[in-house]
Design a protein around this ligand. Structure first.
Ligand code: PLP
Length: 364
């Protein structure tokens, strides 16, 4: 009797799953303070009280509150939404993978911008879905017309990222509304707002307000960026209860630890200061962008805590020039993403950029 043998216990879909590549650590260089500008982490200390709250005594033999009730109620208060519109998990990443799990499988399609957050492709591939990455416009914005055109009757999920990681521009409210009118109500739309606190463009879509208009919309947010808590792994989603109750089925139970829940509560309690600090980072960003443009670089609108240099084939050469100066940046092949860091880090990056232009763009 013949048996079909596969030589592996693993699902065929795994062959197409890229491994997530995290931002590198800076290399040591003599006499230079190393700076990590490769993961969009906040360059400021946590707010007073946040670490203290995380360090409050707790019994590590016990599981944390699985529904994070205290955190949910603080978030509900702050966002002015009912508790059943909210769910928390181990970072926005857990939200994005859970949403992919509840919508995607072989035979379904997902539409997302490219380049954008690498996890979108990874989560889609893991679920065996057909991926429809849609290139950005020449201003490095979502091409929402092409994205709407890419939707078929097999599309279950559309991912939007505003501001877009790694390029920086937001989606405007009018662009978003025009897009949503073209999206069938049985397609789930994710608006990834990991960096919303850094936005200064008043025309940008406000996800929370948009939730009132669209029942198929889900916001993904995180405390990893503006709150400076990436190491504690806390993110959340906001949507109508019929979506939230499905997301819950795909989350890992107890994924947010008790210290993380405590730290998140303390940070949300001081959210006004979080927002003020995000605006301070935005000012440094705007100054950095202005200086780069002054050097002759074509920099897209930067609305988060990072800046995109569309270097094309020169991306690796630029990354190497940064490495030599003990600066870790993110080389994504089409370009290099630089997170906003300490003043000295920005100053040194500007020097690298100026020198790089002299060498590689001599006529410019
Ligand atoms: C950082 C980031 C997230 C969430 O990261 P977590 O640390 O898992 O919360 C989500 N989306 C984008 C676009 C990001 O850059």
């Amino acid at each position: 009797m013949t048996q079909t043998t596969t030589n592996s216990p693993f699902r065929p879909a795994l062959a197409n799953v890229p491994t997530y590549k995290a931002g590198k650590q800076p290399a040591a260089a003599p006499g230079l303070t190393p700076y990590k500008l490769s993961s969009n982490e906040l360059c400021l200390q946590p707010l007073p009280g946040v670490l203290e709250s995380a360090a409050e005594p707790f019994n590590p033999a016990n599981y944390p509150d699985p529904s994070a009730n205290a955190l949910i109620s603080v978030l509900a208060d702050y966002l002015q939404v009912p508790s059943d519109h909210l769910i928390v998990g181990a970072g926005g990443s857990e939200m994005l993978t859970a949403i992919s799990h509840i919508t995607l499988e072989a035979g379904t399609e997902v539409v997302y911008p490219s380049p954008s957050f690498e996890l979108y492709a990874q989560a889609a591939a893991l679920n065996g879905a057909t991926q429809k990455p849609v290139g950005l416009t020449n201003e490095f914005k979502h091409d929402l017309t092409a994205m709407a055109d890419a939707i078929t009757d097999r599309t279950r999920l559309v991912l939007l990222c505003s501001p877009n990681n790694p390029t920086g521009p937001t989606i405007s409210k009018s662009e978003f509304d025009d897009f949503m009118t073209r999206i069938p109500s049985d397609v789930l739309v994710v608006l990834d707002e990991a960096y919303w606190e850094f936005i200064t463009d008043p025309a940008a879509v406000n996800g929370l307000a948009a939730l009132n208009d669209y029942d198929n919309l889900v916001l993904v947010r995180t405390l990893s960026k503006a709150h400076g808590l990436a190491g504690l792994r806390i993110g959340y989603a906001v949507a109508k209860p019929h979506i939230i109750s499905q997301v819950r089925k795909a989350l890992i139970p107890f994924s947010v630890t008790a210290p993380s829940q405590k730290a998140a509560i303390a940070s949300i309690d001081r959210v006004d200061e979080v927002l003020e600090r995000a605006q301070t980072v935005a000012e440094v960003r705007d100054q950095f962008v202005a200086e780069l443009r002054g050097q002759g670089w074509n920099i897209p609108d930067a609305q988060a805590n990072f800046v995109w240099l569309p270097l094309g084939d020169l991306s690796t050469a630029f990354e190497d020039a940064c490495v030599a100066q003990s600066l870790a940046v993110r080389n994504l092949n089409d370009g290099v993403r630089i997170s906003i860091g300490e003043p000295e880090a920005m100053e040194r990056t500007l020097q690298v950029a100026a020198e790089f232009r002299k060498q590689h763009y001599p006529t410019a």
